[in-house]
Write a protein that binds this ligand. Structure first.
Ligand SMILES: [Fe+2]
Length: 178
């Protein structure tokens, strides 16, 4: 799969092609889980160059990954467990929750370079996914966002740890009474 992803990463329609590759691989999530059985914990880089980063990601059920952006196209394919992605807009009214989407084994989701999301597991177990980024994710400057003000904050390990929250934080939806 890494070879296939490398072959399409520089194409003009790379996002479409990456989605096709992940969707095909995840028609059998159990087989992907078996192939990935050597991986555990929160993240590991499977491949990285200037135009492509492929990562193993495990989300801890105790944590809510703080809001952040990626500044490049992202494709997420879940192979075990469930993850809930919360999407936001950062503006004058702070960090506005716009939508949430739950992904389970076999689901593939894409985000554009400007998307801001936070992630928590859907259940009490870790969730496991392959993440494909069309760029050098670990070598670019990108942002975390303050939960309340929506202020962009440099994406550093220290800021990440400070903003991380326990899972099951109530996320205010636009429909909720203020
Ligand atoms: Fe992310």
């Amino acid at each position: 799969m890494i070879a296939e992803l490398r072959a399409v990463a520089a194409e003009a329609d790379a996002q479409v092609r990456v989605r096709e590759i992940l969707t095909r691989a995840l028609r059998n999530p159990a087989a992907v889980q078996e192939a990935m059985s050597g991986f555990s914990g929160e993240e590991e880089i499977l491949f990285e160059d200037d135009g492509l980063t492929i990562m193993y990601c495990g989300f801890d059920p105790a944590k809510h990954v703080p809001p952040h952006d990626h500044r490049m196209g992202v494709t997420i394919g879940v192979y075990a467990g469930g993850e809930i992605n919360h999407f936001y807009l950062a503006g004058e009214r702070g960090l506005e929750h716009k939508a949430s989407r739950e992904l389970g084994p076999g689901d593939v989701m894409q985000m554009g370079p400007d998307a801001i999301h936070s992630v928590e597991t859907a259940g009490d177990a870790f969730s496991y996914a392959i993440h494909v980024y069309l760029g050098a994710l670990k070598r670019i400057d990108r942002s975390l966002y303050d939960w309340d003000s929506g202020t962009p904050i440099a994406f550093t390990d220290e800021n990440y740890a400070r903003l991380e929250r326990p899972r099951e934080r109530k996320v205010v939806t636009p429909e909720d009474p203020v």
